[in-house]
Design a protein around this ligand. Structure first.
Ligand SMILES: [Zn+2]
Length: 262
């Protein structure tokens, strides 16, 4: 069963009072934007305004050289998910704002550090441009992509790094309409090279949901998100401490809308 992201988290918006920070100019948000953009500006202040200096010490993870913990996202997991959905709503309604940010300044601010507020595990499909789908720009999303959005050790390692070191607050595992990897698995097609190496990852979803492409794709996103939560002790620990949320979603190519899967 799917629930529209927007309605699901509408009530969870973080209403914490934010101390104004001189960040708008730093990310190039134009002054004098109409009121409807104030929440966007406020989000940017929240997401990027942290100034905590220190070193990352994550249980179970040791680095030869401690990595400096720079200004990580201060968003709660719910607020981070809300920002993703808000961005998708801007995308579906054609009111994108990411392009209003000054890319030169964003680039300058992210040369030596990154503070993405969310991570997305998406398919490699060219019709799923993740930053665009969520109306985000440089430095905002930590994106891993592999055909069929399957969880492998390398994907887990990447998402662990995003969460434990960079401070992403939500991980969205996102399947999409018309996924060729899921379709090929359903059909058990003979394919050249190593393409069929994807099949064993996706087969459990096909076994569970049957040959319907949409049902199998949604089942796959849910299975992969569960796998991520269970196979990664780092992710499991952050989820347990309510510092991270892992959710599954489905991107409808025709409408551009992302829905949460439960
Ligand atoms: Zn796909």
């Amino acid at each position: 069963m799917t629930t529209l992201l927007n309605s699901k988290v509408a009530a969870t918006r973080d209403t914490e009072e934010i101390t104004p920070m001189p960040f708008c100019s730093a990310v190039g948000v134009k002054p004098g934007l109409p009121d409807k953009d104030s929440s966007r500006r406020r989000f940017l202040e929240m997401a990027m305004g942290g100034t905590v200096a220190g070193f990352v010490t994550i249980v179970g993870m040791e680095f030869a050289t401690p990595l400096p913990m720079l200004a990580q996202s201060k968003l709660s997991p719910d607020a981070a998910l809300q920002e993703l959905m808000d961005g998708n709503r801007r995308f579906t309604s054609g009111r994108l704002t990411a392009h209003e940010q000054d890319l030169a300044i964003l680039k300058q601010n992210t040369i030596e550090k990154q503070e993405p507020f969310a991570a997305v595990l998406s398919c490699a499909d060219s019709r799923v441009p993740v930053e665009m789908v969520f109306d985000q720009s440089i430095g905002h999303l930590f994106v891993t992509r592999v055909a069929g959005n399957v969880v492998t050790p390398e994907i887990i390692a990447s998402l662990e790094y995003g969460a434990a070191v960079l401070g992403t607050k939500v991980i969205l595992v996102m399947g999409h309409a018309g996924c060729g990897a899921v379709k090929a698995t359903i059909q058990a097609k003979e394919v050249p090279g190593q393409i069929s190496a994807l099949y064993p990852h996706i087969q459990p979803a096909v076994d569970q949901a049957g040959p319907n492409l949409e049902a199998a794709t949604k089942a796959n996103a849910k299975i992969q998100s569960t796998l991520l939560r269970e196979a990664s002790t780092v992710v499991a620990s952050l989820v347990k401490d309510k510092k991270l949320k892992v959710v599954a979603g489905y991107y409808d190519i025709a409408s551009g809308a992302v829905s949460l899967l439960e």
